[in-house]
Design a protein around this ligand. Structure first.
Ligand code: SAM
Ligand code: SF4
Length: 456
């Protein structure tokens, strides 16, 4: 599910040796980008670089970028502008990810001090590109690999959390929704072999990970190149690895959401009871204009499978408001869908026209004011749904994984299998360790979180 915040990956080691090659990397965008950055950091470290905390301390400054909406892309150019004064100190700049792929060599014109521009489909070639950079080349590009069948696999992923980690199982996207840049920036859909995914999951379990999140722009469009496992079988196999207590997967596409995914969740307790299934709109007309290739009823059928599961499965979604031509009646259908499904979370976005996408040329664009108004209405209605949904947990005992501590509030921060935050207090003198699991009784609820007490 999307989380379009800026994340600074923590430094691997401290940078005190001025002569050592150092880099700073900042990540913008979704979990896919965060995990790509973990792999890029591993690759750079393997090449003898040391990660540092600030642009000022680095020889090489990298931005791993997102272009899903307008502002995300602007942030990168602002950041490049803010730090261009460092060029005089001999620092090198590189732009990676979706803005790099989308803007290509124009970046060299807009920011001439940038030396490296690479889309995610070319990350396999990073070691070679780094050597060219060190040899002083000024204009290095990795932009021509969007038709590749290969995925970016490395043994040197620098995961920053020792308990839960990501594994990308499928890269790219072939769906070409009318509003979306991803198929143009991340290239064609390509899956890793199930053997390679399971070997990575096993290595993570061996080094103490208990939670694994499988990633893909459309994770359930996974097609094993070895034809050994379907997506549901792969999910189950990861969940059956000894030591793995939680498996999550995101993002699922409704078109490829099959019943056996729910059956796998029913059969394997470590598969978390949460499905993120972006609908985008509750109106079949708008879905048609968006080129989503499903209707409201077709989507709701998948929801009915999820609702019929043995365990209650939490559902979340993504919605775009103000797509060109969205009428008040279309928007109302999105609101009624929220009530019908009863989501536990909605990531709602105002439609943002993106370069080179078919929707840019559609008539009947909606004013920004109208988009904001619809977004506001939607968020308010959804808040009420969540307030009720979350309140149903009061009195339940839920298992949480401890994520950290909020000392100011005297609370431990936990996460449930349904991906809900459950902050709690404990009567024990020693606080439970990060990464541990324990049962917590829910005492209070809010629209986005729960509060409880550890069960002694
Ligand atoms: N592949 C997933 C799917 O189709 O359900 C979604 C991946 S996309 C990176 C994440 C979300 O960004 C989408 O679900 C959509 O809601 C939103 N998004 C994509 N393009 C957008 C645009 N042009 N304007 C606003 N939101 C957009
Ligand atoms: Fe974008 Fe559609 Fe692909 Fe999702 S399925 S990444 S929204 S083109």
């Amino acid at each position: 599910m999307p989380d379009f915040t800026i994340l600074d990956a923590p430094p691997q080691q401290n940078a005190n040796a001025a002569h050592q090659k150092t880099f700073y990397l900042e990540t913008f965008g979704c979990q896919m980008n965060v995990h790509d950055s973990e792999k890029v950091i591993g690759t750079l470290t393997q090449q003898g670089y040391q990660q540092v905390e600030t642009e000022e301390a680095a020889d090489l400054i990298l931005y791993n970028t997102c272009s899903i909406r307008d502002k995300a892309e602007q942030k990168v150019f602002n950041r490049l502008n803010d730090y261009k004064k460092l060029v005089r100190q001999g620092k090198r700049f590189g732009v990676l990810g979706c803005v790099a792929q989308q803007e290509g060599e124009h970046i060299f014109e807009r920011a001439p001090y940038v030396s490296l521009v690479s889309g995610s489909a070319s990350y396999r070639k990073l070691p070679e590109m780094l050597v060219r950079l060190e040899q002083g080349e000024k204009r290095i590009t990795g932009l021509d690999d969007r038709q590749t069948e290969e995925t970016f696999e490395t043994e040197f992923t620098a995961r920053s959390n020792p308990h839960r980690g990501y594994i990308t199982i499928i890269e790219g996207c072939d769906k070409f929704c009318a509003y979306c840049v991803v198929p143009y920036t991340r290239g064609k859909e390509r899956s890793r072999t199930s053997t390679s995914v399971l070997a990575e999951a096993q290595r993570m379990a061996d080094s103490g990970y208990t939670e694994i999140q499988l990633l893909g722009q459309n994770v359930n469009s996974y097609r094993d190149p070895e034809r050994k496992k379907s997506f549901a079988e792969l999910l189950a196999a990861v969940g059956e690895i000894p030591g793995i207590r939680r498996v999550r997967f995101t993002t699922s596409h409704p078109r490829d959401f099959t019943r056996d995914i729910v059956e796998a969740i029913d059969a394997v307790p470590s598969l978390c009871d949460h499905v993120h299934l972006p609908v985008q709109s509750g109106s079949s007309d708008v879905l048609h204009m968006m080129q989503r290739e499903y209707t409201r009823d077709w989507y709701l059928e998948r929801i009915s499978w999820i609702k019929a599961a043995k365990r209650p499965i939490s559902m979340t979604t993504d919605i775009i408001v103000g797509f060109p031509g969205e009428t008040p009646a279309d928007f109302e259908q999105t609101i009624t869908l929220l009530h019908e499904v009863q989501y536990d979370g909605v990531f709602a976005f105002k439609y943002s026209p993106r370069p080179n996408t078919p929707a840019v040329n559609l008539p009947d664009s909606i004013s920004d004011e109208m988009k904001s108004e619809r977004l506001q209405i939607l968020l308010e209605r959804q808040r009420e749904i969540q307030r009720q949904n979350y309140s149903r947990h009061i009195g339940e005992v839920l298992e949480v994984m401890v994520e950290g501590h909020n000392r100011a509030r005297g609370q431990v921060i936990g996460r449930t299998s349904q991906n809900k935050t459950l902050n709690f207090t404990t009567a024990q003198p020693i606080l439970p360790a990060t990464g541990s699991y324990l049962p917590v009784r829910v005492t209070t609820s809010f629209p986005n979180s729960l509060v409880g007490e550890a069960v002694a």
